[in-house]
Design a protein around this ligand. Structure first.
Ligand code: URA
Length: 216
């Protein structure tokens, strides 16, 4: 399926209860031919209101970390593990919560063909839930962030800290992990560029030996 077809079907999705009160399905945006795809957790209030990923405070921090690496949203593609805002309704007011495993599983119906249509060299999982969905179930973000892992949907995947987590950790004397986020983006982008160069002029998939030497 091409990306537009996946998007138009996802916009109609009623597969889980998050569809009941969403304002928008937040499918994803950016460069659909990018070698690097960033996959976050799921839309919050601003994203639900606008239909665009990472446009709230966390998104602004992510944009800053991209810009500190000379990148913008035109260089990458950005999407989420779940496409609809996860929240509980308490006295008819929305209270954000993390998406459940079942919601993440249901939304793989859209994420997997979305990634297949883009076919990125590298996936950067933004936050632990994304890494648990795409890399391995027991992913530990503090121990495993910044490392290359095999991934079914790209040549390799790396995970980084979620900017919302960084915002919560930041203080007058501590960057909250911002420098790690910026460094992980740099690492993911470098790998994407190396893999892109390695594949130019070669219609064959890279042999396993070449692949692993790219990440020594
Ligand atoms: N957090 C995410 O994980 N994704 C968004 O789109 C916004 C905030």
């Amino acid at each position: 399926m091409d990306l537009d077809a996946v998007r138009s079907q996802a916009l109609q999705c009623m597969d889980c209860s998050l569809s009941a009160r969403r304002r928008n399905v937040v499918f994803g945006e950016g460069n659909p031919r990018a070698p690097l795809v960033l996959v976050g957790e799921g839309p919050g209030e601003q994203e639900d209101a606008t239909g665009r990923p990472f446009v709230g405070r966390a998104g602004q921090l992510l944009d800053r970390a991209l810009a500190d690496n000379g990148l913008s949203r035109e260089h990458v593609y950005i999407c989420n593990t779940v496409k609809c805002r996860a929240c509980d309704w308490i006295e008819d007011k929305p209270v954000n919560r993390a998406p459940t495993e079942q919601e993440a599983r249901a939304c793989r119906r859209w994420l997997v063909p979305q990634l297949a249509a883009i076919s990125p060299k590298v996936i950067l999982c933004v936050g632990a839930p994304s890494a648990r969905n795409l890399i391995k179930k027991d992913f530990k973000i503090t121990a495993d962030r910044g490392k290359y892992f095999p991934c079914e949907y790209a040549k390799t995947a790396i995970a980084t800290l979620h900017p919302a987590y960084i915002l919560r950790q930041q203080s007058a004397t501590h960057d909250g992990g911002y420098s790690l986020l910026a460094a992980d983006i740099a690492r993911a982008w470098e790998a994407a560029q190396r893999l892109l160069k390695a594949s130019v002029g070669s219609s064959e998939p890279e042999p396993a030996a070449v692949q692993s030497s790219l990440f020594d």
